[in-house]
Write a protein that binds this ligand. Structure first.
Ligand code: AMP
Length: 125
């Protein structure tokens, strides 16, 4: 059901085959700067495991992986200064899955965006 392509760019980053600007490493996750930032804060968080998207991760990841991922996202939001609870002006977490959402990299990831007004989540169709 979930066919994982181990030649995707984030798999290569995890194997150390291409460089990245690491923000945080945990037991189950890696967080790094997006190569084409859309906002002053644009960090990607990925699990180390081979998951294609959010529903794959939710279905098959262990509780430890799920917890580590959620806590890493929260920690990045706070550490970048974007989190409202830490005095920041806010942030957005986005995860694209499949062609309708224009997912470019088939390894599960979330984008954490902040540092500027982000507008509404979607433009009218
Ligand atoms: P998505 O459309 O959600 O799959 O977005 C993939 C994201 O990965 C885009 O925002 C790209 O700019 C980013 N990206 C692609 N290659 C790299 C790379 N080598 N290092 C960091 N970010 C990357």
């Amino acid at each position: 059901m979930y066919a994982y392509d181990n030649q995707n760019v984030f798999a290569k980053i995890l194997r150390g085959e291409i460089p990245n600007k690491t923000v945080l490493e945990t037991e189950h996750c890696l967080a790094f700067e997006d190569i084409a930032p859309q906002a002053p804060v644009h960090v990607l968080v990925i699990p180390r495991g081979a998951y294609v998207n959010a529903d794959h991760f939710a279905a098959e990841a262990s509780d430890a992986e799920l917890a580590d991922f959620a806590r890493t996202v929260g920690r990045i939001a706070r550490d970048t200064g974007a989190a409202p609870g830490s005095g920041g002006s806010g942030y957005r977490v986005i995860s694209n899955a499949g062609p309708a959402a224009v997912q470019e990299v088939p390894h599960y990831h979330v984008h954490i965006l902040g540092g500027r007004p982000l507008g509404r989540i979607l433009q009218p169709a």
